[in-house]
Design a protein around this ligand. Structure first.
Ligand SMILES: *[C@@H]1O[C@H](CO)[C@@H](O)[C@H](O)[C@H]1NC(C)=O
Ligand SMILES: *[C@@H]1O[C@H](CO)[C@@H](O)[C@H](O)[C@H]1NC(C)=O
Length: 305
């Protein structure tokens, strides 16, 4: 309590100092971050760049190989997909259920059982999870993708009954590596070749970088042998529109998609317009816990009688 009051009193005086200093430090910060990131890229490559029958992910990245390349599918299957757990669920005591996506999907499918989902990012598999309800109470299964290593560790420990992958969805129609810049809730996915970022720090100075290997959505479907997706939950901190644009719509069967547009630069209208061209209707909309419009639920037009 005392701390809070004191901080509030000091804030206006501090602000001017912080503002003039930050112009100088922003420049310094950017350069040192760039160095840190390039070192990380080199380090990380040694970790994930495993070779499978003479092929490695890094060479497929540089080749910008097609999303259905059998060598790529083989690598995802053997090195990235982890099987559904057979152990009992282990949930965290305090968590929050889905903001409403799971309910809308459940109602749309009239409480259908044994459906199939793909969720990215899956976070820890419990907090605000859009698919957990469907898995637990409707016996759905599918694929959960989470790039951030410590979130993925938690996800693994929840023992979800679905495939899991510590990876991400590529915003290009080929495999690629990305920088995950974490700053509490202000995480972003950045291009390795251009790490300039849009957002200011959360003020904690507590920014960390991870390099993640991303694969096209379509490659994941092929690797997981998923032919029909009942529900695709897409929430990847700003890259949603680019991820959608990689999908070969005439080759996939996806019924319902929720898209978090809150961080999408092009905005909801652009996503809606694009989804309309691929045959999807804006079926419902959601706001986050603060009342900010956050998600659109799209349903394929032929499913709406
Ligand atoms: C790098 O990223 C910034 C911010 O997203 C963008 O404005 C700029 O055009 C990009 N540069 C290149 C060379 O892609
Ligand atoms: C997908 O099918 C292939 C070929 O039948 C099989 O080897 C692989 O284990 C399957 N993968 C999954 C995740 O079911």
């Amino acid at each position: 309590m005392t701390l809070l009051v004191r901080r509030r009193v000091e804030k206006p005086a501090l602000l001017c100092v912080v503002m003039s200093a930050s112009i100088v430090s922003l420049f310094l910060l950017y350069n040192s971050s760039a160095d840190r990131v390039s070192n990380l890229v080199l380090e990380h490559r040694q970790n994930y760049d495993q070779t499978l029958s003479g092929i490695n992910t890094q060479s497929l990245n540089s080749e910008e190989t097609r999303s259905d390349d059998p060598r790529l599918i083989d690598i995802i299957r053997k090195l990235y997909l982890m099987p559904a757990s057979t152990e009992p669920y282990a949930f965290a005591a305090a968590s929050l259920p889905s903001d409403g996506q799971a309910t809308i999907v459940d109602n749309f499918f009239k409480q259908k059982t044994h459906g199939l989902f793909v969720e990215c990012g899956a976070f820890d598999g419990q907090y605000l999870s859009n698919t957990l309800f469907l898995e637990r109470f409707r016996a759905w299964t599918g694929l959960l993708i989470e790039p951030e290593p410590s979130n993925f560790e938690d996800l693994k420990n929840r023992h979800r009954k679905a495939l899991i992958a510590n990876s991400c969805l590529s915003s290009k129609p080929h495999p690629s590596e990305f920088v995950l810049r974490q700053d509490r809730a202000l995480s972003e996915i950045l291009d390795v070749k251009n790490i300039s970022y849009d957002r200011e720090t959360g003020g904690t100075g507590d920014v960390s970088y991870n390099i993640v290997q991303c694969f096209p959505f379509y490659s994941f479907l092929l690797a997981a042998n998923i032919t029909t997706v009942d529900y695709f939950s897409l929430d990847v901190e700003g890259q949603e529109f680019n991820v959608l644009k990689t999908i070969p719509w005439h080759r996939v069967d996806i019924k319902v998609i929720s898209v978090e547009h809150k961080h999408v630069k092009e905005g909801k209208a652009a996503v809606n317009a694009y989804m309309a061209t691929t045959g999807y209707v804006d079926y419902d909309e959601l706001a986050d816990g603060y009342g900010t419009p956050s998600d659109v639920i799209y349903v394929r037009r032929d499913l709406l009688a």
